[in-house]
Design a protein around this ligand. Structure first.
Ligand code: NOJ
Length: 538
């Protein structure tokens, strides 16, 4: 039975978001790099998957030092991805299909090729000098000890003007100065440009880095080792939250738009810090990526602890979001330990992702269990991989082309793919999994469908039944009169699971049981890596 009064469907809260790394999703023009027309071609697939929105990693004009996270014009589409007309067609067709479009917005830095930075660098008296963070060095050394996230000093000397500029990432990505009111206004105009075109929201890149200490104090270091820097004066400063509240005001002046902040904390999963950006639930970002699920070890109790910590940190009115993988980290299926039963574990993880309280994000290819791909030294494209090989081979391994079918290049391109495909593409691809009723892809599809059709799964409260200590994580999702029970066995052993009281219900989706039958249950034998969802009556 569903509750009498139907609450409205809020797409970013109740729906599912799919993350596309555009270079690798679908190439339509044969240059080996994914593009907008490729995404248009695959809208049918996304509709069928059942998602509500897509977050697309940056497609603005860029020299591509960091593959789009170095923007040289926020109002132009990079030709490698297509044209503005292509983008408008995508937006229109996606909306017609009931799919929202979220763009990546990079506020912390631009490319050093952005006309703003070029002008800012021209002289000390440049009218745009203060749009970036410039500072005198001290006796031939950088202004302070701040380190960039990619290693080395965060300061680069500009020979022409004799000052250093700050770059939290590569030197080709100079940091903007969010203390400058003029820059603030100009940047907001860039966001308005896309909102006016009808874009549904933004994923805010490293939003917790945008404000730095006004006094430029040195960051503390641990054990005297410069690399062990604690980013006290360069991350999570109060002003970042202030800027976020202004972004919320801007979005509130439009209808139905969303902001999702990337809050990468040290240690990962510092949920209290992530929750600060929700600014009381109504005034900050709508959703905060906090990475705790990504960094949780494969253990029911560890997941329980990160989930409860995250939920407990949320302010009144705040809403969680959940994510297993993204373009910067290893693919989830390969993070599960021991390299055994990975497919089964992926189904348990997917069931968790899609039945937890909060908005789920799916990284392209996760739904078919795409693996990390070996990329040889010669094939490395990620600047991080180039810099740190062989110690760190970079992020390319989780960014390889989508595996659509067993045809050459997995149906991704007719040209030479910009990164190699995983060698397993002829056996692991969308086409093959569409045809198998128990494939991971069909498990994702079924979960998404179920989540949509049952209120408890997309808006209900979360009531844990176990704390995962015996290998089983079980919880109720509940609204009004409807209750769903989710049982997840994280272990490779059969387990006994007991409910506190007899319940009457039926299985609606399971990796091990046939759905449909009504039954009384209290004690159940749960199979190895079983994921089961039941509809339970009071
Ligand atoms: C976070 C993005 O996810 C990553 O890909 C990028 O390199 C950095 N921000 C810098 O923009």
């Amino acid at each position: 039975m569903s509750s009498q009064k139907k609450e409205s469907w809020i797409w970013w809260k109740h729906g599912v978001i799919y993350h596309i790394y555009p270079r690798s999703f679908q190439d339509a023009d044969g240059d080996g790099i994914g593009d907008i027309r490729g995404i248009i071609r695959r809208l049918g697939y996304l509709k069928e998957l059942g998602i509500d929105g897509i977050w697309i990693s940056p497609m603005y004009k860029s020299p591509m030092v960091d593959f789009g996270y170095d923007v040289s014009s926020y109002r132009e589409i990079d030709p490698v991805f297509g044209t503005m007309d292509d983008f408008m067609e995508l937006l229109g067709k996606a909306h017609d299909a009931g799919i929202r479009i979220i763009l990546d917005m990079i506020l912390n830095h631009t490319s050093n090729q952005h006309p703003w930075f070029i002008e800012s660098s021209e002289s000390l008296a440049s009218p745009k000098r203060n749009w970036y963070i410039w500072k005198e060095g001290t006796m031939g050394t950088p202004p302070n000890n701040w380190k960039s996230a990619v290693g080395g000093s965060a300061w680069n000397l500009d020979e022409q003007t004799g000052q250093y500029y700050l770059h939290s990432f590569f030197k080709e990505q100079p940091d903007l100065n969010w203390r400058d009111p003029e820059l603030h206004g100009v940047f907001f105009d860039e966001m308005k440009f896309w909102l006016d075109l009808g874009v549904d929201g933004f994923r805010l890149d490293v939003i917790n880095l945008i404000a730095k200490d006004k006094k430029f104090r040195n960051n503390p270091v641990l054990l005297g080792i410069p690399a062990l820097q604690q980013h006290v004066y360069t991350r999570n400063r109060k002003r970042s939250v202030t800027v976020v509240t202004k972004i919320r005001e801007l979005l509130n002046s439009y209808e139905n738009r969303v902001s999702i902040g990337e809050i990468y904390t040290h240690p990962p999963g510092d949920v209290k810090t992530a929750a600060r950006y929700l600014a009381g639930g109504e005034n900050g970002i709508h959703l905060a990526f906090d990475f705790s699920l990504i960094f949780s070890t494969w253990n029911a109790h560890a997941y329980y602890k990160s989930i409860t910590a995250w939920y407990a940190s949320l302010p009144e009115g705040g809403w969680p979001c959940n994510v297993l993988s993204n373009h910067d980290l290893l693919r989830s299926i390969d993070r599960f330990p021991w390299r055994t039963n990975r497919e089964e574990k992926a189904k348990v993880a997917a069931t968790l992702l899609l039945t937890m309280m909060g908005t789920p994000f799916i990284y392209y290819g996760e739904e078919i269990g795409m693996h990390n791909t070996h990329v040889s030294k010669k094939q490395i494209r990620d600047p991080l991989g180039k810099r740190y090989w062989p110690l760190f081979t970079g992020r390319d391994k989780a960014r390889t082309p989508m595996q659509w079918n067993p045809e050459p290049n997995g149906g991704f391109t007719t040209g030479k793919p910009w990164l190699p495909l995983n060698r397993d593409f002829s056996s692991r691809n969308v086409k093959q999994q569409e045809g198998e009723p128990y494939s991971l892809l069909n498990h994702y599809r079924n979960l998404i469908k179920l989540r949509r059709s049952h209120e408890p799964l997309h808006r209900g409260s979360w009531l844990p039944v176990t704390n995962g200590q015996r290998g089983i994580l079980a919880y109720f999702r509940k609204t009004g009169e409807e209750r769903m029970l989710v049982i997840l066995n994280f272990t490779g052993r059969q387990k006994t699971f007991s409910l506190p009281e007899h319940s009457y219900g039926k299985v609606v989706l399971s990796t091990h049981r046939s759905p449909g039958e009504f039954n009384y249950f209290q004690h159940m034998q749960i199979g190895a890596f079983e994921a089961t969802i039941c509809l339970v009556s009071e």
